[in-house]
Ligand binder design. Structure first.
Ligand code: TRP
Length: 381
């Protein structure tokens, strides 16, 4: 792909780090982060990617990571809570340049440990369960992903995502039960709702007021009504509120669709050891598989935000920060919409934003082959 300068803009940096770093910098402005924080976080992204930051964008993706649909090893999200500027996060697969999953896990762990040293936080909870999720010969589909909440001040809050199937899918249930137990959440496993599979086990590390252990569940063929019954928080969101969010995000009418393509996901979070119920519940709707194009996904996000007393203007700016393409010209830049409840806080609506470094999925009804992405900074044709 040749870098063509257009419209007086500087030529696009033709590397993975250049593209995602540019997106990050523009998103930092949307999230009202300072220039110093922006520089700090751009550097953190480059560090987390390691050598693949320098990888030319016309090479194939460094690994088949399913972190995003086109295998870009980075995804951003913008999380909205009433009364404050939206918070920006980034999810990275730090070991995506490794030859295999074992190497991926090793690099991931080293990356997290380097962050722990740099920002002086402990990794006790991760150390307590590492053998469950990072065996010598791990099964897929992932080893370790790392998410960073890019807070004002230049020190992010860190989250680590691990694979319940690391010892083989047949052990995933036991792995989740054991991990929750080791962290003191002895009643946690029994509190979870029915599921079609355990997808991720996640831990908050570092400076959190109440660090969470989180369990992500898959729900095949999910309907609004069933989604409304999945929360095990107590007290928690009412079924009507969850159903309404599902209908808005999935684009369902009154009776609505079921998520028969990509499944819905829920996440239950545990903060107080010994508590009988989880303290948080999130519903994730993979809007990209149920929306014709990102213009429609944006409208749905705006409706969900409006219902929770918020405004979509920062999201409109965020989409422009991601790519010069029009939202209508592809589907998947908005990957998921989620509604999160955590005890003692107002609900949060989160929009997950794909980098599209390698491909843009055409809008539904258009030609079926993914088209080459136009790197941000180049003029869209
Ligand atoms: N891309 C994967 C998926 O679609 C993993 C993932 C990335 C994900 N961001 C997410 C899952 C946000 C749920 C919510 O499943």
């Amino acid at each position: 792909m040749s870098a063509v300068a257009g419209g007086g803009r500087p030529p696009a940096a033709p590397t993975l780090g250049g593209l995602t770093g540019g997106q990050l910098r523009r998103l930092c402005a949307v999230a009202e982060l300072s220039d110093a924080d922006t520089d700090a976080y751009a550097w953190v992204l480059t560090e987390s990617l390691g050598p693949v930051a320098e990888r030319a964008l016309d090479l194939p993706p460094p690994s088949p990571t399913f972190l995003s649909d086109d295998h870009t090893p980075v995804e951003f999200s913008l999380s909205f809570q009433q009364g404050s500027a939206p918070s920006l996060r980034m999810l990275v697969d730090p070991g995506c340049g490794a030859a295999d999953l074992a190497g991926n896990g090793r690099i991931g762990l080293e990356t997290v440990r380097a962050m722990a040293e740099r920002w002086r936080f402990g990794t006790d909870s991760l150390d307590a369960v590492a053998d469950l999720f990072l065996p010598d010969a791990p099964h897929g589909p992932l080893a370790l992903w790392c998410a960073l909440e890019l807070r004002p001040g230049g020190v992010p809050a860190v989250k680590v995502y691990l694979n319940p199937s690391a010892h083989g899918p047949e052990h995933r249930t036991e792995t989740v039960r054991e991990a929750l137990g080791r962290l003191g959440h002895h009643k946690g496993f029994a509190a979870l709702p029915e599921t079609d599979g355990y997808l991720f086990f996640a831990l908050d590390l570092g400076d959190w007021s109440a660090p969470r252990a989180k369990v992500y569940l898959r729900h095949d063929g999910l309907s609004a009504v069933r989604a409304g019954r999945l929360s095990r928080m107590d007290p928690g969101p009412g079924a009507a509120q969850i159903e309404e969010f599902f209908r808005i995000a999935a684009g369902a009418g009154r009776d609505g669709v079921r998520l028969t393509r990509r499944p819905g996901q829920t996440c239950h979070s545990f903060t107080d050891p010994g508590a009988p119920w989880p303290s948080g519940f999130t519903l994730h709707v993979p809007v990209r598989d149920y929306s014709p194009h990102d213009g429609e996904s944006l409208d749905r996000a705006a409706s969900a935000l409006f219902r929770h007393g918020m405004n979509a203007a920062p999201l409109v700016r965020a989409l422009a920060a991601m790519s010069p393409r029009r939202p209508e010209d592809g589907v998947g830049m908005i990957a998921y919409l989620s509604l999160a409840h955590q005890q003692g806080r107002p609900p949060r609506v989160t929009t997950y934003l794909s980098c599209e470094a390698y491909a843009v999925r055409p809008p539904a009804g258009a030609a079926r082959h993914p088209v080459q992405a136009v790197p941000a900074g180049q003029t869209a044709r």
